[in-house]
Design a protein around this ligand. Structure first.
Ligand SMILES: C=C(O[C@@H]1C=C(C(=O)O)C=C[C@H]1O)C(=O)O
Length: 373
């Protein structure tokens, strides 16, 4: 097959013939790719000779996706193209054995949306009722990886997630950022004009408050346990002819077969949540990584300054600092620090070594590829 771009025909029948022939080539190549991925798995198994060998390689997947974006010439956009390859890799990997991914449920949450964005659709979804259950599911080996929210651009950190890292040996293996878009949804049996109640999670009602005040001032707002639950209730109400709308995201909309009355109704269009992928293995460098540390420091004058000074001196770029009270000693603190680089990089490992001399505990929560999608 040649790489040169052929002229695009200009009649419908010829265009359709061309598309059919391109499709069959793409299909053949995808299967050829899948056979290579299968072979990779065979080789890994032969080298490591262990049934528990993990075929998924986060750093390699990040590199593949970055290359797709770098070499992309359009007309498809970089992100659109990377999403297609994301799914191709997901399908190839699932040929071996689909990965089981635990996430903060129920089905249809934004965390599930983040899981699908990160791993592609060919996974087994394992919705959990709480963040610590996600950790436990991965620790016990019942799930290969877990996905939990860690911070929201409007609401700040998710303390539950940070606190779970204190006692866990799990590693952070990836991050995902998701623009949070809310939609007003109804069951297909319901006429939007008849809506009497709008259900959603408290957070989402708050994130859409100005929009609701403007367009639905007289409809009662009801807070429920999650957006996904709101969507489920709206679908159930529709079946019995009650006109209840839900505010939820895309995945919940599809999952419960609802219709969008209005899309992207959040007051702040830059509303973003960051999620972490947790797993049992360390991730080797991908060339563009981030590291998260947990540091326990004594409560003495200048303690935080001495920690941060090491970053500055080694030119390591700190991207986040969160403080949580230590549970062990009153007025002791735990710091969560994110920085650019992999803990095996020279500058980064020098910083970590110095921090170990200055703090009572330094735990590397993980080095992982900077989110590609
Ligand atoms: C094929 C490999 O294994 C998996 C499948 C990949 C793919 O389909 O490109 C990439 C990384 C791994 O998750 C590999 O290690 O290269």
């Amino acid at each position: 097959m040649s790489n040169s771009k052929q002229a695009v025909p200009d009649t419908l029948p010829l265009l359709r013939d061309r598309i059919d022939s391109i499709d069959s080539q793409i299909q053949m190549l995808i299967n050829e790719r899948a056979r290579c991925a299968q072979k990779v798995a065979e080789v890994k198994l032969a080298e490591q000779g262990d049934e528990s060998v993990v075929f998924y390689r986060p750093e390699r997947e990040a590199q593949v996706l970055r290359r797709v974006m770098e070499r992309n010439e359009g007309p498809l956009g970089n992100e659109e193209m990377a999403k297609i390859f994301r799914q191709v890799m997901s399908s190839c990997l699932a040929l071996e054995k689909p990965m089981r991914i635990a996430f903060l449920g129920p089905e249809g949450t934004f965390t599930q949306q983040a899981a699908l964005k990160h791993f592609g659709k060919s996974i087994i979804s394992a919705p959990m009722a709480a963040i610590d259950e996600v950790f436990r599911e991965v620790e016990s080996g019942a799930a290969n990886y877990g996905v939990v929210p860690v911070e929201n651009s409007t609401e700040g950190v998710v303390n539950h997630t940070l606190d779970s890292f204190r006692d866990s040996r799990l590693k952070i293996c990836g991050e995902v950022e998701e623009r949070i878009h809310h939609h007003l949804l109804v069951s297909p049996n319901v006429n939007a004009d008849d809506v009497t109640h709008i259900y959603s999670h408290q957070q989402s009602l708050a994130q859409c408050r100005a929009w609701l005040d403007r367009y639905w001032p007289h409809v009662e707002r009801v807070a429920v346990s999650s957006n996904a639950e709101a969507a489920r209730l709206a679908a159930e109400a529709g079946r019995s002819g009650r006109a209840i709308a839900a505010i939820a995201g895309e995945v919940a909309c599809e999952l419960y077969g609802l219709l969008k009355v209005s899309a992207n109704i959040e007051d702040r269009p830059d509303n973003t949540t960051r999620f972490l992928i947790v797993g049992n293995e360390d991730v080797p460098p991908s060339g563009k990584d981030k590291t998260s540390l947990l540091i326990s420091a004594k409560n003495e004058p200048g303690a935080l300054y001495r920690l941060l000074e090491a970053f500055e001196r080694h030119g390591v770029d700190m991207t986040r600092l969160e403080t949580r009270p230590s549970l062990m000693s009153r007025w002791g603190y735990i710091f969560y620090i994110d920085f650019v680089g992999h803990h095996l990089d020279e500058g980064c490992s020098a910083v970590i070594e110095e921090l170990r001399e200055r703090a009572s505990e330094v735990k590397v929560l993980g080095s992982y590829p900077v989110a590609v999608l």
